[in-house]
Design a binder for this molecule. Structure first.
Ligand code: AMP
Length: 402
């Protein structure tokens, strides 16, 4: 069933409660280091303002775990947003309560109200334990818009619970709708060959999506820390590399599943190994089949692996990449991840990159505009592939479209 869109809402003089994703990275001085998530919300906010609506924005930032923490205030986001929209953006002292309700009531035209960090309240992440919290948020708006694709896989107060309190007026914002349109078309009904490249630290966090991918893709390339659990499951010595022993059986199952369904699953054929988990350390390139000696650990994919993956990526009609293939935070072990990012910008197929680290690598290549779709939600994109739907989207108002 299609969902209500922003354009379906009557917005004139309405207080529009918008769930945005301003969970931006901050440096140690509290400055925003990447404003992509703020600029990504602009089409929705500009549309609401152009229709005479009054946007009341809610977002989380970081993990304050239900406790007020001034270092995770949304103040820098209010300032950045005010710059981009060139109108006043008022930061409320909290996200609920009488004072915030008064501010919401008294809003004028061409003003934005940004509520303070939702996660200063435990009710945001635990709507079942504190059901009143969503109600207090809902009170602030006449209609509801969800534009936070990055949190659409979480059934939180400001997403699912709030949407349900607007049974006929809960709409998808421009960003959310664009993500769903793109990911729906490209990943649920992919053009083939479909190649997925999955990296990152832990297999356990991505087991579900790996299983789902093993039934959908033509080729599954596995890099990053998670590759070592697969390598160990294949009987290869992995030294002190990151391994999740609890996930060995699942890794074996995924490999068997791929074999049965004719999916090519490739692990790195060579590795950059390190004497210690830090940048300034002794490093060597070893063929994977020789194994990693005791006391060493694998921190990046090697050059032969990259060379071997290039033709597969170039021949793909759809490529989905999530997760760095090495410890890219250490320059000495960032090469694999940055080479993959560069290769993706040269591919003819539809390229989709999801997840903060992979996005950062693509951005650093300076060629991000050559990627077809940069998804703002890594976890949400993975769950969308796994289940084909997202709780935050399911909760929005259904609409018949001819
Ligand atoms: P994720 O959030 O699961 O996508 O994981 C991202 C993290 O994986 C990054 O911080 C990388 O440093 C880390 N990572 C990638 N490759 C390795 C590796 N070989 N060993 C340990 N950590 C890794």
């Amino acid at each position: 069933m299609a969902k209500l869109g922003l354009q379906d809402l009557e917005l004139k003089d309405k207080r529009v409660l918008v769930r945005v994703d301003f969970n931006v990275p901050l440096d140690e001085n509290g400055h925003i280091t990447d404003e992509t998530r703020i600029t990504a919300s602009l089409p929705t906010l500009r549309y609401i303002l152009s229709q005479g609506g009054k946007p009341i924005l809610m977002s989380h930032l970081g993990r304050p775990k239900g406790v007020r923490n001034e270092r995770l205030s949304l103040k820098p986001c209010a300032e950045a947003l005010s710059f981009y929209l060139a109108i006043p953006v008022h930061l409320a002292p909290d996200c609920i309560g009488p004072l915030v309700e008064k501010m919401a009531q008294e809003m004028g035209q061409d003003e934005v109200l940004l509520l303070e960090n939702l996660r200063f309240h435990r009710g945001e992440e635990h709507p079942d334990e504190e059901p009143g919290f969503a109600g207090q948020l809902a009170k602030l708006g006449d209609v509801y818009v969800d534009d936070a694709f990055g949190t659409a896989h979480r059934a939180h107060a400001s997403t699912v619970a709030c949407a349900k309190l607007f049974p006929t007026t809960a709409a998808a914002g421009c960003l959310l709708a664009a993500e769903l349109r793109f990911l729906g078309e490209a990943l649920l009904h992919p053009k083939r060959p479909f190649v997925a490249l999955i990296g990152g630290a832990k297999v356990s966090t991505k087991l579900g999506v790996l299983k789902a991918l093993s039934r959908k893709v033509d080729t599954l390339l596995i890099g990053g820390g998670m590759a070592y659990t697969f390598l160990k499951a294949r009987g290869i010595e992995v030294g002190g590399s990151l391994v999740e022993d609890d996930a060995l059986d699942q890794a074996r199952l995924i490999m068997e599943e791929c074999l049965k369904s004719g999916v090519t699953l490739l692990l790195p054929e060579d590795l950059v190994i390190a004497a210690e988990f830090k940048n300034e350390t002794l490093a060597e390139i070893v063929p994977t089949r020789e194994g990693i000696p005791k006391g060493w650990q694998g921190l990046d994919i090697g050059p032969a692996t990259v060379r071997g993956w290039i033709p597969l990526l170039k021949a793909a009609a759809t490529i989905f990449w999530n997760g760095p293939v090495g410890v890219f935070e250490f320059p000495q072990f960032a090469r694999g991840t940055f080479e993959i990012a560069k290769i993706l910008t040269e591919c003819d197929g539809i390229t989709i990159v999801g997840g903060g680290d992979s996005l950062a690598a693509v951005n650093a290549s300076g060629l991000a505009d050559q990627i077809d779709h940069l998804s703002t939600g890594g976890g949400a994109a993975l769950e969308f592939i796994e289940y084909g739907h997202l709780p935050g989207v399911d909760a929005l108002t259904d609409i018949e479209r001819c």
